[in-house]
Design a protein around this ligand. Structure first.
Ligand SMILES: [Zn+2]
Length: 181
């Protein structure tokens, strides 16, 4: 059984947001098309308190309940089975969807018989990478959907480096076309 993990497709990570990625809006239609092809779909949200050590490292973003923390408005939320909230404490945490505090993602996937995990969303070199790395470590056959991710690319080459690091771990790349066949 195949599970789709949609990472942090939230306003603050899309153009105009506090921690924007250039391609944040462009991946949403792709993700919407993907959802129907999976047995189980979860989406994570960065869900920070207004004061957290996390904001010593990053501009203030995705404060729980704020506009920036909402899903990008075109995302088809009706197809999402569970929403995972992460980064909820006063620490620099919440990069991986497996760190969600409202539910245990590993347990959820196991309970639904998921053995293959496909990761998409934002941002490639932070939360997507952390989520895919954890999934792989937990023994799931792990794919990243190459045309359904968006990067911050604070430094040129960050995305390539992240992709190479994931590939070395055995995480595989796939395009949405291969899934939608
Ligand atoms: Zn955050």
């Amino acid at each position: 059984m195949k599970g789709l993990i949609i990472v942090d497709v939230q306003n603050d990570f899309c153009p105009g947001g506090a921690l924007a990625t250039g391609g944040g809006n462009d991946i949403v239609p792709v993700i919407n098309k993907l959802m129907g092809h999976f047995d189980f779909v979860v989406a994570s949200k960065d869900w920070h308190p207004s004061n957290t050590l996390h904001f010593e490292k990053w501009p203030i973003h995705c404060v729980r309940g704020s506009f920036g923390a909402l899903f990008q408005q075109q995302l088809n939320v009706l197809k999402i089975d569970e929403v995972l909230l992460k980064g909820t404490g006063n620490t620099d945490d919440g990069y991986s969807a497996f760190e969600a505090t409202n539910m245990d993602l590993n347990y959820l996937l196991k309970k639904n018989g998921i053995t293959e995990v496909y990761v998409c969303g934002i941002a490639t070199e932070y939360c997507v990478q952390a989520t895919a790395t954890d999934a792989n470590k937990l023994g799931y056959k792990t794919f990243v959907v190459a045309d359904a991710i968006a990067a911050v690319e604070a430094k040129t080459g960050d995305t390539e480096h992240a992709m190479a690091t994931m590939q070395q771990l055995g995480i595989q790349w796939i395009s949405s076309n291969e899934i939608l066949l």
